[in-house]
Design a protein around this ligand. Sequence first.
Ligand code: SF4
Length: 78
Amino acid sequence: THVVCEPCFNCKYTDCVVVCPVECFYEGDKILYIHPEECIDCEACVPECPVEAIFHEDNVPEEWNGFVELNAEMAPQC
Ligand code: SF4
């Protein structure tokens, strides 16, 4: 799955949402989240993100590791 990380705060530009073929983005209060069971790892969203907030779960920068869990917890609730 792909994961939305810290740069998304105060962005929520939603260019990523538009290109996602499975509509697995969910809008939270502060940032967007990707549903881990719905994302098919197509990578279409990655170049669309203007703040480079989206990473494959295996490539999330260490300081943002917590976002893997956060996306998994929050997306189903949105
Ligand atoms: Fe959607 Fe593809 Fe991005 Fe996953 S990698 S969130 S399926 S656009």
